[in-house]
Write a protein that binds this ligand. Structure first.
Ligand code: NAP
Length: 245
């Protein structure tokens, strides 16, 4: 019977983990919530780089590696591709397409934090939805700005910043209310492509606000790549008849 190691940390990964078998393993970095009642095993924490992951694959008899990590979690995806090579097991990855700007959108891509800071100069009330990174810059907020940050981690913020600890999905009505209350004049986001966090883009469009998008990292080429989670699931079913999944 084949044994799958699923690298997760996003909703699409959890939706596959909930359909795996008792011999399979769902792996999380350990930053977020630990799901209960999984039909497969759960392990939490890093492996110690690509070599550590390759050792884990050998020690546990894994014969398929699934990378369904966040599109900006570039390190673990690089490790997965390398560990698969070292171990001689296939790696399949979900590479979810990014969001595309539509009519009325003013989206500007920035390469990194330095470009983002420069692009933010004309704005007064930015709303950051980038995860943890802006927390490292709370002490260097320009006098002309007040920041609102949303990330998984709670944080007290400071006189120039409010930090909202929250986990998606976020609905349109709540996002509209948040933008109104915060009086944001620019939205900053990763281009995750997830429907769970997409309503903020609609609100920015409705309000005519610019959106600064952090460019996506380069991800490695692996044996099979899928653009949607159900496509990946169909391929898994082809590999393992339904009765043993
Ligand atoms: P990263 O920079 O690519 O990975 C950092 C290290 O965390 C990896 O080298 C690995 O440690 C460990 N790691 C990451 N994912 C793991 C997993 N599924 N199982 C075991 N170890 C894992 O990733 P990150 O940006 O810190 O993200 C960490 C996790 O949060 C990922 O699973 C990702 O899917 C999820 N996430 C990330 C974002 C984001 O924007 N980056 C957003 C939502 C969710 P070792 O080298 O020691 O193995």
């Amino acid at each position: 019977m084949s044994r799958i190691l699923l690298l997760g940390g996003v909703g699409d990964a959890l939706s596959i983990a909930r359909r795996l078998g008792p011999q399979d393993i769902y792996s999380l970095a350990g930053l977020g919530k630990r799901p209960a009642d999984l039909p497969c095993k759960l392990r939490v924490g890093g492996f110690g780089g690509a070599e550590g992951l390759a050792d884990f694959i050998a020690a546990t008899g894994i014969d398929l590696l699934l990378d369904i990590t966040h599109p900006y979690a570039a390190q673990i995806s690089a490790n997965a591709a390398r560990a698969a090579e070292l171990s001689g097991v296939p790696c399949w990855a979900l590479h979810r397409p990014g969001w595309q700007a539509g009519a009325g959108d003013d989206w500007r891509e920035v390469a990194d934090w330095a470009e983002l800071s420069a692009a933010l100069a004309p704005f007064k009330r930015p709303f950051f939805t980038l995860g943890r990174e802006p927390l490292e810059h709370l002490d260097s907020i320009p006098d002309s700005q007040f920041w609102t940050l949303r990330s998984l981690d709670g944080h007290p913020g400071n006189a120039r910043a409010t930090v909202i600890g929250a986990r998606g999905p976020f609905n349109l009505a709540d996002e509209r209310a948040l933008f109104a209350a915060g009086q944001f004049d620019v939205l900053i986001s990763k281009n995750s492509g997830s429907s769970a966090t997409e309503p903020k883009l609609q609100v920015a469009r409705e309000l005519g606000l610019p959106v600064l998008l952090l460019a996506r990292p380069q991800l490695p080429t692996v044996e099979r790549e899928f653009s949607c989670v159900e496509g990946l699931w169909q391929a898994l079913q082809g590999l393992r008849p339904a009765e043993i999944l």
